[in-house]
Design a protein around this ligand. Structure first.
Ligand SMILES: [Zn+2]
Length: 461
């Protein structure tokens, strides 16, 4: 089969269906949500659009509680899953082209969801139709599973897999080519101060960050007093650290602000944590609980991103370093709390490490709670699934880059044995969640050919 040629011949069909899907404003609408529309009207309309298209192509379709659904073809015991989502993030400002139109300019199709994940969904959908129309006998069932809440918490697939069969193998076209086979574990850790501050504490409050998955770009502390040299030392500190900030007095308070640089928690080294910076400065200004709080931050998060001070550090070959991002940092009359997003390597001994940290913390003013933990996800590189998908990708691209690992979670982690497979090609700008999101039309067609050959290879034998 010349899948590339077939995909090219069906380009109009691909683009028309993608435009129709983009025109459905499938942003989560909690206020408009009801039992019949659990995520609002848009996400449900987008799901129904796909299921109708599946029916028209003569395939089996199923709607699971208006939250997710599937389109299935083929026969056999085993099931190949293709996991996609049709919900999109809100539009935001600054678009050159209408976000819900699907306008084509210079070989690119623009619109919210073009690359995340409506374009890849449509490439995979055309691939399924191409395989069906080819008449190749399938020995596995092939099922496209369509979620409508990927962007806000995976409630769609959680419900889906409570009720429906887990695929034997699968892939999610919702990330990068060549393929992501290793995803770090993601844990939400909370460090809390044991002792309440005394009434004559100099540190009144400290606040930075709203989400654990971002590096805080601004931090603010309020102090009842500062040292005589405080203001001068602060200016010196800013200069030394090439940082911006301010110190002002208001009533009987001193307000100190420091600016950093935001980044995603999976790559804390790309940002500059404003809270850590401010804490470092305050170690020379405070005593008592306030000092214990800022000293802990400076010691644990100020030297590296790996948690070395608490012996949390660990790396492995396939997924790299374990990293910690203190994303929400607070101090008030109840003491200090530091909420951390931890991204740990695939072979990390999580339980063991947590127990030993808790032991280590006994001697300090802090306790540790694990608020949530999502285990790492991994399919070995020499597994047939990975080998087959990478082989197909290489055939169409002549690109022999290594398989990837990520500290972020992809949609594939809900599959027992699944990987993220495209459709962002190496070197392409990642415009997901940004203004003027687009998909390159040639890449869309190549991806459809890759997915078609992958389905044919994995589901027939
Ligand atoms: Zn996505």
């Amino acid at each position: 089969m010349n899948w590339l040629q077939i995909a090219r011949e069906r380009k109009e069909e691909l683009l028309t269906e993608l435009q129709q899907l983009i025109q459905i404003e499938s942003v989560l609408d909690e206020e408009g949500a009801s039992e019949d529309m659990p995520f609002g009207k848009g996400p449900l309309d987008a799901l129904n659009f796909m299921l109708k298209s599946g029916e028209a192509a003569g395939m089996q379709v199923k709607n699971v509680d208006q939250m997710a659904g599937h389109i299935e073809m083929g026969e056999g015991q085993e099931l190949l899953g293709i996991l996609c989502h049709v919900d999109v993030v809100p539009v935001g400002a600054g678009w050159t082209y209408p976000p819900f139109e699907g306008r084509i300019v210079d070989g690119k199709l623009f619109g919210r969801g073009a690359i995340d994940d409506k374009g890849p969904t449509m490439a995979a959908w055309l691939a399924m139709k191409m395989v069906k129309d080819s008449g190749i006998p399938l020995t596995k069932r092939v099922r496209m599973i369509i979620g409508t809440d990927e962007e806000s918490g995976f409630r769609c697939v959680e419900r889906y897999f409570e009720k429906e069969e887990m695929p034997t193998i699968g892939f999610a076209p919702d990330a990068d080519f060549p393929l992501i086979n290793a995803e770090k574990g993601i844990a939400h850790l909370i460090f809390s101060q044991k002792n309440k501050p005394s009434a004559d504490e100099a540190l009144l409050s400290f606040a930075a960050g709203k989400r654990t998955n971002m590096v805080p770009d601004v931090a603010e502390a309020k102090l009842a007093t500062i040292s005589q040299q405080g203001a001068t030392n602060f200016q010196k500190f800013l200069l030394e650290n090439e940082a911006e900030g301010s110190l002002i007095s208001e009533g009987n308070e001193y307000i100190i602000t420091v600016k950093g640089k935001s980044a995603h928690a999976m790559e804390p080294e790309k940002g500059l944590n404003a809270a850590v910076l401010l804490a470092k400065f305050l170690t020379t200004e405070l005593t008592g609980s306030g000092l214990a709080f800022v000293q802990f931050i400076a010691d644990v998060f100020g030297k590296d991103h790996f948690g070395t001070a608490l012996q949390l550090n660990y790396r492995d070959e396939m997924s790299g370093e374990t990293t910690l991002n203190p994303g929400i940092i607070k101090f008030d009359a109840n003491g200090g709390v530091i909420e951390v997003s931890m991204r740990y390597a695939v072979t990390y001994s999580f339980e063991e490490k947590m127990t030993s940290v808790q032991q280590l913390l006994l001697k300090t003013d802090f306790t540790l709670d694990v608020a949530s933990n999502s285990a790492p996800h991994h399919v070995p590189e020499d597994d047939e699934l990975v080998q087959t998908l990478v082989g197909v990708y290489q055939k169409y691209t002549n690109d022999f880059s290594k398989v990837l690992s990520t500290g972020g979670g992809t949609y594939a982690r809900v599959l027992n044995k699944g990987v993220a497979f495209g459709m962002l090609f190496p070197g392409e700008a990642d415009v997901a969640h940004q203004k003027d999101e687009f998909v390159d039309i040639d890449n869309l067609i190549t991806a459809a050919a890759i997915y078609a050959e992958a389905i044919a290879k994995l589901a027939s034998k």
